[in-house]
Design a protein around this ligand. Structure first.
Ligand code: TXA
Ligand code: MG
Length: 305
């Protein structure tokens, strides 16, 4: 059910859950002041309670109240990328943030999303927790219809059009003396390097992943995705600038020249497989591995697990 900004504010104020657009993917939002709504998010998404939520705010002032300390270069990152697809994990005053938001961790993730409707809401609602608006494990939602497909036609959603980025925010945390990537996302290591002066690397070698979400099944359609042998797969996820085996149905992810276009289409294409009850598809993984392609490759690999 499409709702107005005013209606969303009213529902959030009463502790309800609504879906909101962001530039990355749609989110399921609840007010940080309403733990009942936050618990409902976990139930609706069938999300493990050990997987914490990102707190979305309208301004860095909100963050300063919660954060115990702001690591080096926090201000540069905030100034350069917010509002935008970057999430920063910070040590927080745990008595100010409900346990259910942090999944018990002494930290919380923060981001200022870049969507005019959601920014307008955040300015009035105060901080909102917002995971991606999909059933845990399945592809994220990049338009209002995807949200309705997952949560029902009566579920309240503010329709802000199709998400321009199409991939979740990049998550950074600070470890000893460097920012480290906890989840690859819409902002590439190369772009971060311009601000940080070094290229942040992906966290690895930890017994437990830094982002608890990264050890759960993720982004996966019901269809089986084949990344290697094309075999006789009747459906191919491919690129507009290539030709494929005759007789196969090709679903275009975008152009090899435009990773942004592929990112924007990725979850829509994965969802299309299930809508059309396609049981398996071969994914053409023959694309570059720099910039945004790294995130695209990671999402496809996870979707195929
Ligand atoms: O682009 C995005 O970030 C979207 C939109 C809606 O803003 N949100 C999103 O949320 O992707 P979600 O819940 O689907 O993914 C959040 C990820 C999870 O992998 C979670 O484990 C990690 O962030 N995370 C949240 N809080 C954390 C914390 N305190 N420490 C480490 N990881 C954290
Ligand atoms: Mg998610």
């Amino acid at each position: 059910m499409r709702i107005t900004v005013e209606k969303a504010l009213e529902l959030l104020g009463r502790g309800h859950v609504v879906a909101l657009p962001t530039e990355t993917v749609y989110g399921l939002a609840a007010s940080i002041y309403h733990p009942k709504g936050i618990e409902q998010i976990y139930t609706l998404k069938k999300r493990p309670s050990s997987n914490p939520l990102i707190i979305h705010v309208a301004s860095t002032k909100n963050i300063q109240d919660y954060a115990k300390s702001l690591p080096l270069q926090f201000n540069e990152l905030a100034k350069t990328f917010w509002p935008g697809p970057l999430t920063l994990i910070l040590p927080v005053y745990t008595d100010l943030i409900p346990h259910v938001v942090r999944a018990g961790l002494p930290t919380a993730g923060f981001r200022i999303p870049n969507h005019p409707l959601t920014l307008e809401i955040l300015k009035k609602s105060g901080p909102l927790v917002m995971p991606s608006a999909n059933i845990s494990g399945s592809p994220s939602s990049t338009d209002a219809e995807h949200v309705e497909n997952d949560f029902g036609i009566d579920f309240p959603v503010v329709d802000g059009g199709a998400c321009l980025q199409g991939l979740e925010s990049t998550i950074l945390y600070y470890d000893e003396d460097k920012w480290v990537i906890g989840r690859m996302g819409a902002i590439t290591p190369e772009v971060l390097q311009k601000v940080l002066g070094y290229k942040p690397t992906l966290s690895k070698g930890h017994a437990k992943p830094i982002c608890p979400g990264s050890h759960f099944r993720h982004y996966a359609p019901k269809a089986k995705l084949l990344l290697k042998d094309a075999g006789e797969a009747p459906v191919i996820l491919g690129f507009s600038d290539k030709t494929y085996r005759k007789g196969a149905r090709v679903i275009i992810m975008g152009s090899l020249e435009k990773p942004e276009e592929v990112a924007e289409n990725l979850y829509r294409v994965l969802r299309q497989l299930d809508q059309e009850h396609i049981s398996s598809a071969w994914v053409d993984m023959d694309f570059p591995r720099d910039g945004l392609w790294q995130t695209i490759a990671e999402r496809l690999q996870r979707a195929a697990e």
